[in-house]
Ligand binder design. Structure first.
Ligand code: ES4
Ligand code: ZN
Length: 322
């Protein structure tokens, strides 16, 4: 049997980052908003550097304002995931974009997302859990508001808290309050680090924020002592190779450090990050692992097992999926 038929687990997907361009164009047209500048002549998102990507992402997201918009977004995103055999997905949700950090508005958006997730589970066989992410470049004060949103809605569907956005804005410790708040509320923790910031950013993040997973984390691959610490601590990396190649965090698939990390026994998983923005899917990620590094079906099964083990959902949910 080919790996293509295997059910896949994805741990690192930004909900708005999964929005098919046609969906965003449709919502923009309904609301008479002109965001045609963010699309190329073929109708795909037009992005370049990471900074430009963040601008395009925020422009696309700006057309989504109501809980109903987020209900439709969630269905559109999960339809794509399910089409690629994803049976379990964790999505980063941003109260910044869902009510601006106001708890009541956030509750309404989250309820709509959860409602769509229930429908998708019944109709498409894909289970979704949410991870609130604060956005680093919106600053530490705003991060406190969004962490409070997370703490207020912790449990059940909402399993985690984390930090995304421009990695070089501020220092990890500036965001420690939100991580402490979320930890006290019982949420599991993950933090983007070492996509751009290098090994020191991964080390500072582990020391100051103590997440159990790291988003990307590829910067650790230049530091053997750090890789050893990560492997011993059992910290899991949410590696997104297609995203890294697309945005230029690494020069090519051939030069991607996922093999270095794996050789050092760091727990790695593979996800898409923002699939239509980066021209990727879970199928393409697995295909490139096979084509570039010769990963076998057994390697991909093992990769998927690590992801399921590291998922933030409860054990009963994992058993149902496995
Ligand atoms: C991100 Cl704030 C945000 N949104 C989508 N993708 C991202 N990657 C890093 N930060
Ligand atoms: Zn990400």
């Amino acid at each position: 049997m080919s790996w293509r038929n295997l059910p896949k687990v994805e741990l690192h997907l930004h909900l708005e980052g999964g929005a098919p361009p046609a969906f965003i164009r449709g919502v923009a047209a309904e609301k008479h908003i002109d965001i045609s500048g963010i699309f190329d002549e073929r109708g795909n998102y037009r992005t370049g550097t990471f900074e430009h990507f963040l601008k395009v992402y925020e422009a696309a997201t700006s057309v989504l304002t109501t809980p109903e918009d987020y209900r439709r977004l969630t269905l559109a995103v999960l339809e794509e995931s399910a089409a690629h055999g994803v049976v379990y997905s964790e999505a980063f949700l941003s109260p910044d974009f869902c009510g601006g950090g106001d708890v009541a508005a956030w509750r309404d958006h989250l309820a709509a997302i959860e409602d769509a997730a229930k429908e998708a589970e019944a109709r498409m066989g894909v289970t979704l859990r949410g991870i609130v992410t604060s956005v680093r470049h919106f600053g530490p004060e705003q991060a406190r508001l969004t962490a409070l949103c997370a703490a207020e809605t912790a449990g059940g569907f909402l399993t985690g808290y984390g930090l995304a956005g421009a990695e070089t804005v501020g220092r990890p410790r500036d965001y420690a309050w939100g991580f402490d708040c979320a930890r006290e509320a019982g949420l599991r923790l993950t933090c983007h680090a070492g996509e751009w910031g290098g090994a020191s950013m991964v080390a500072d993040t582990l020391r100051d924020l103590r997440p159990e997973r790291i988003g990307h984390g590829i910067g650790a691959a230049t530091d053997p002592a750090l890789m050893e610490r990560i492997a011993e601590a059992g910290v899991v990396l949410e590696v997104c190779p297609g995203s890294n190649v697309y945005l230029g965090a690494v020069p090519s698939w051939e030069k991607h450090p996922i093999e270095v990390l794996r050789a050092r026994e760091v727990k790695v998983t593979v996800s898409t990050d923002d699939p239509p923005f980066f021209g990727t899917t879970m199928t393409r990620e697995w295909e490139m692992l096979e084509r570039t590094f010769g990963w076998t079906e057994d390697d991909l099964r093992a990769l998927n097992r690590v992801a399921l083990d590291a998922a933030f959902c409860d054990e009963a949910t994992k058993e149902r999926i496995a």
